[in-house]
Ligand binder design. Structure first.
Ligand SMILES: Nc1ncnc2c1ncn2[C@@H]1O[C@H](COP(=O)(O)OP(=O)(O)O)[C@@H](O)[C@H]1O
Ligand SMILES: [Mg+2]
Length: 282
């Protein structure tokens, strides 16, 4: 299964979400997951997760492939191991990966990984767009900001992808220093519903979600048992379980409250109607 994490702008948490999803999913499926960075202007995946500046990624893939040396054995030199179950591929900096190379890339990735997560860099970047097209699921991150959500709906960058879209409001806050925020969950749901999107996911603002370079802080947050009960992690796990269920990938079930079970069931019945959480064919 290929999951693309996308957002209409930077700073909404694409990389952190991709990293945390890799931790949650590798845990749930007890198997290796890879995160592929396609954002050559930021390289934040490398910064957040890598202790060394030695890069392994799409440039290595490109040169092996173009020189005829790509094989199952050499492909492994294009990925960097971060934990027992998480590998990363850094973005291409020198080479332009052509859309026709993408099929080969995907074939190799799927050979080694059941789940492939793409940290995308928008629809205007060739490789990112090709990977989004080939994805089974797109996780679209939005902030809790009315005009951004309205703009997102107006511009509709995900038109054509509605059957694979899950809308996620990231860094959601119910209240701040005791005061309720004006754009509430209820209002967001109402606005999105009117515009054709139903049942968005909400990922809470979590003050402990840090992204310091070189310390793996980003990943350790999601891997640490201590954080598993935090609302952010609970809801991220719900999202990951829904995505895995939609692709028929088995996973170890955690103890869940009834409303989570109902939600996953609801999601599955939506899937049977060929509709996704976060979208309503209006
Ligand atoms: N749910 C969240 N709660 C708190 N901070 C978050 C959350 N999601 C992301 N962040 C923070 O927001 C900042 C931007 O995240 P990042 O993943 O780098 O964004 P992007 O890749 O979209 O540019 C980082 O400092 C990250 O730690
Ligand atoms: Mg990023």
């Amino acid at each position: 299964m290929i999951i693309s994490v996308a957002s209409p702008r930077h700073g909404n948490g694409q990389t952190i979400t991709a990293v945390n999803m890799s931790a949650v999913i590798s845990d749930l499926i007890e198997s290796e997951v890879i995160v592929v960075d396609t954002n050559k202007t930021c390289l934040d995946l490398e910064y957040y997760l890598s202790r060394s500046t030695v890069t392994k990624g799409l440039d290595n893939f490109y040169s092996l492939y173009r020189s005829g040396f790509l094989s199952r054995a050499t492909f492994k030199t294009c990925v960097k191991r971060i934990t027992d179950n998480i590998d990363i591929m850094s973005s291409n900096l020198c080479s332009e990966i052509e859309p026709e190379d993408i099929d080969v890339l995907i074939e190799y990735l799927q050979n080694f990984y059941k789940v492939i997560i793409i940290d995308t860099s928008g629809f205007y970047n060739g490789i990112s767009k090709s990977l989004i097209n080939k994805s089974d699921n797109i996780v679209a991150l939005l902030p809790q900001t009315k005009n951004v959500i309205m703009q997102f709906i107006d511009n509709n960058p995900y038109q054509g992808y509605k059957d694979k879209l899950s809308v996620v409001i990231n860094k959601y806050m119910n209240d701040y220093e005791g005061k309720k925020l004006s754009y509430t969950e209820q209002e967001i749901k109402k606005d999105l519903k009117e515009l054709g999107y139903e049942n968005p996911f909400f990922l809470e603002y979590d003050i402990d979600l840090k992204n310091e370079c070189d310390s793996n802080a980003a990943l350790n947050y999601a891997l640490g048992n201590i954080n598993k009960k935090r609302p952010y992690m609970e809801h991220l796990t719900d999202l990951c379980e829904c995505l895995l269920s939609s692709s028929g990938i088995g996973f170890t079930k955690r103890e869940k409250s009834q409303n989570v079970i109902d939600r996953v069931k609801g999601y599955l019945s939506l899937m049977q109607d060929n509709r996704r959480v976060g979208f309503n064919d209006k």
